[in-house]
Design a protein around this ligand. Structure first.
Ligand code: PLP
Length: 465
């Protein structure tokens, strides 16, 4: 078992790794033509498949280089991402391959998504079988995979019901709406029921207007104000401040990540989550655990909050649930469900047969106790090895996290190290203010792959000098 310690609950502004600004040219750039005179070794043939009965718009097959893709992306994609200059074309297990044929060990998992790695045979088979059978019908009809997935989530958690959506931010939007509706129906004779929310420093809950209002980094919020009103940010771990504000009776719900991912791999303490639970119960506020990043096996527990012995009223899930297909889930108790009526929320795509079949394949592997034990073991091994190899380095301030969500806090920006690792065949992420290396490998990674990854980080550390 892990002991969850209070690991440096410093106040940082949450900065996710997509924070880099891009300079946009005012004038529409000229369309660049692809060069067809590149060396064969630097080409990958991309075929645009068209069916016979669709007018041929993009029927030409073309030879594409990394430079072409990057230039084309810069021309036609809205510039919200500070992308890494790599064009990934395939993956197998914990390895990714780029357009130039380079191989990388993947310690990013598509930002904590590909729990089973890339192209897991059972996951692929589940998707192919379901795609051949029924991919989408909307939520007007009942479908079997949605019910089967919900049954699994309910059977293994505190929750009684599930609402499906398509992403982490949507799972949190549903939690916001359900909290408001719960408070309205709990205070039928009060024209001013609790509608406000508490969130914490370093938190990341998503990019849509409601979830964005709960996301701590001002840089993400201020250009889009007014966001949802009524959110107060308290210091992550500050029990007294949370108790004070919750007892005001104005709080519909408290949103908290048991382990903060984007914010910099900060773990809550048992005392903090317990105090939130008690204060919410006293005041009638709901406690929402955002396990979009830390949930579903990443900590070595199926749900991260199991490590704390505290259960929420609502839990949100997304990233790894369908192993790489888009899904979100908002798990609620019967008490919360009782406040939700027909028509209160919905989604065209959510919980479709295809994505749910993929999620069942993921869930049935990850929820196996021996699989979870292997994640815990590999996580311990990773942290021990990192400590052994890196702790003497003057730039390494702290190595923290648990299971396979691990942070290496540096005293300098992590980007040069990330770049050097990539050049050496290892993909890693940053977190926090950009000074934290975030390691979130596929949960199926082998000890040998982890050892090789640590070796590469160790070999590249000198670039920080
Ligand atoms: C804890 C947490 N909540 C919510 C989100 C938002 O998820 P999505 O990007 O799927 O909307 C993220 C994404 O990083 C997250 O880490």
């Amino acid at each position: 078992m892990y002991t969850v310690s209070n690991l440096s609950n410093h106040v940082f502004q949450a900065i996710d790794h997509h924070h880099h600004h891009r300079h946009c040219a005012n004038a529409k750039p000229q369309i660049t033509r692809h060069s067809i005179h590149l060396p064969i070794s630097r080409r990958t043939e991309i075929r645009a498949h068209v069916t016979d009965n669709i007018p041929i718009v993009k029927s030409k097959s073309k030879l594409i280089s990394q430079e072409d893709v990057i230039n084309d992306d810069k021309r036609v994609i809205v510039g919200t991402y500070g992308r890494t200059p790599v064009v990934l074309t395939s993956g197998k297990g914990c390895k990714l391959y780029d357009v130039n044929g380079n191989e990388y060990i993947d310690l990013t998992s598509g930002i904590a998504v590909n729990a089973l790695g890339h192209a897991d045979p059972d996951w692929v088979e589940a998707i192919i079988d379901q795609a051949k059978t029924l991919a989408h019908v909307s939520n007007i009809y009942y479908t079997v995979p949605q019910v089967k997935l919900a049954e699994r989530l309910v059977a293994t958690s505190f929750a009684d019901r599930v609402f499906f959506s398509n992403s982490g931010t949507e799972a949190n939007e549903a939690a916001i709406k359900f909290s408001r509706k719960f408070q309205r129906s709990s205070h039928p004779n009060n024209s001013d029921p609790p509608t406000e929310f508490i969130s914490f420093t370093n938190s990341f809950h998503g990019r849509t207007i409601g979830s964005l209002a709960l996301t701590s980094k001002e840089h993400y919020r201020t250009p889009f104000e007014p966001v949802m009103p009524g959110v107060t940010f308290l210091k992550y771990g500050d029990i007294d401040a949370a108790q004070d504000l919750i007892s005001s009776g104005k709080i519909a719900a408290v949103f908290v990540e048991p382990i903060q991912g984007e914010g910099g791999i900060y773990s809550a303490t048992k005392d903090f989550l317990k105090a939130l639970r008690i204060a919410c119960d006293k005041a009638g506020s709901l406690l929402v655990f955002d396990e979009v990043q830390c949930g579903l096996g990443r900590t070595g527990y199926l749900w991260a909050h199991e490590a704390y012995g505290v259960t929420p009223d609502i839990m949100t899930l997304a990233k790894p649930l369908a192993g790489g297909l888009p899904i979100g889930a908002t798990l609620v108790t019967e008490r919360v469900n009782a406040a939700i009526n027909f028509g209160d929320h919905g989604s065209t795509f959510a919980g479709g047969p295809l994505v749910c079949a993929a999620a069942i394949a993921v869930f049935d592997k990850v929820s196996n106790p021996s699989f979870l034990a292997s994640v815990a073991k590999k996580g311990d091994h990773l942290k021990q090895t990192l400590k052994k190899k890196l702790e003497g380095n003057k730039h390494v301030k702290e190595i923290r996290g648990f299971g396979l969500i691990v942070g290496i806090e540096l005293d300098v920006p992590a980007t040069p190290l990330v770049d050097a690792c990539r050049e050496s065949g290892l993909l890693i992420l940053t977190a926090g203010k950009g000074d934290i290396v975030r390691l979130v490998p596929p949960l199926v990674i082998s000890q040998e792959e982890l050892d090789r990854a640590v070796e590469i980080i160790h070999e590249c550390l000198h670039v920080l000098d």
